[in-house]
Design a binder for this molecule. Structure first.
Ligand code: ADP
Length: 299
């Protein structure tokens, strides 16, 4: 599968400009779309799943133009929206049965096999007879992804998947997506949580104020931050001025002060050592330093 997004713009009726000249190529596997709130992620996702039209620009899925072939594209698309809600009167398996029907699995026998398989895959087989709205938060998210994946879609879009989940469920959900992405499928994960992306995505885009400011593997962003992440051992007095000067990632109290991790190109006046960056450091570095540099280049 391949999605080609070209020159995509979205301006809402009230004049809000949500997307600016987006160009992206997305291929099989897990693709992460990362950006702060308001960056334009949901707008892009809604256009991708044909719920909204762009103002200008085009999206091609393999050889199909999304605007001209909405019905065909919908046939191989799965979507888990952020505010996914269940009907209150259905059991877990009945809900999946309903979703399978919508996804085009018309024969009962065929649906039964697909549902049992999916319940096993997402770890909900044991609770198949429980009312869907009585499941825990994490189970509901997994049922959400199950309904998006049933019927063997080729593109699955998941919006803010781990919001409201506890750390265990977060890890479980990420692992589930990662397992599912081993097929001939594109899974697009839209999130403002860096940790959702790091372990699972082979490719990603960083969206800021409606623009793609980075597109490539997560490793490359991490690489950019090398030499720009520091650990400083600070006294209480120093800590106050560190908070004013630098972007602080984490603080741990130590014997006589603080152990502080900051993202900065230099830490003049403080004694610290550079540390190996992770994706969160890379994200902060990119947003704080690179985006401003990119902007000044294009002005
Ligand atoms: P994200 O999903 O990254 O938080 P959104 O796509 O929701 O970003 O929003 C991008 C921008 O578009 C924001 O400035 C937001 O206020 C605006 N926006 C989103 N939906 C609408 C809408 N229906 N009408 C007008 N403006 C909107």
């Amino acid at each position: 599968m391949k999605i080609s997004i070209q020159g995509l713009n979205k301006i809402y009726k009230n004049g809000n400009r949500a997307l600016r000249d987006i160009n992206l190529e997305i291929e099989n596997g897990m693709f992460g779309l990362l950006g702060p709130n308001g960056a334009g992620k949901s707008s892009l996702m809604r256009i991708l799943v044909t719920l909204m039209k762009p103002t200008t620009g085009s999206i091609r899925v393999n050889d199909l133009d999304l605007q001209k072939h909405r019905k065909d594209v919908r046939g191989f698309l799965g979507y888990l929206p952020q505010d996914f809600a269940f009907f209150s009167k259905l059991k877990t398996w009945e809900f999946l049965d309903y979703a399978a029907n919508l996804a085009g699995l018309r024969r009962r026998v065929e649906r039964k096999v697909a549902i049992e398989d999916m319940l096993e895959n997402v770890g909900l087989y044991e609770v198949r007879d429980r009312m869907a709205n009585k499941l825990s938060g994490g189970m509901k998210r997994r049922l959400g992804i199950a309904q998006a994946l049933i019927g063997d879609p080729k593109i699955v879009v998941v919006d803010e998947p781990t919001t409201g989940l506890d750390p265990d469920e977060r890890i479980r959900f990420r692992n589930l997506l990662s397992k599912m992405s081993q097929r001939d499928i594109i899974i697009i994960l839209s999130t403002h949580i860096v940790g959702d992306i790091s372990s699972t995505c082979s490719s990603m885009a960083l969206l800021n104020q409606g623009e793609v400011v980075y597109h490539g593997p997560p490793d490359q962003i991490i690489k950019e931050a090398e030499g720009n992440v520091w650990q400083i051992n600070a006294t209480n007095a120093e800590f106050e001025s560190i908070k004013e000067k630098f972007h602080v990632i984490s603080t741990i109290p130590d014997n006589d002060g603080w152990e502080v991790q900051v993202v900065a190109d230099k830490i003049d006046g403080f004694s610290g050592k550079p540390i190996t960056p992770n994706l969160e450091h890379g994200y902060v570095y990119f947003m704080e330093y690179k985006v401003d540099q990119l902007k000044s280049l294009t002005l």
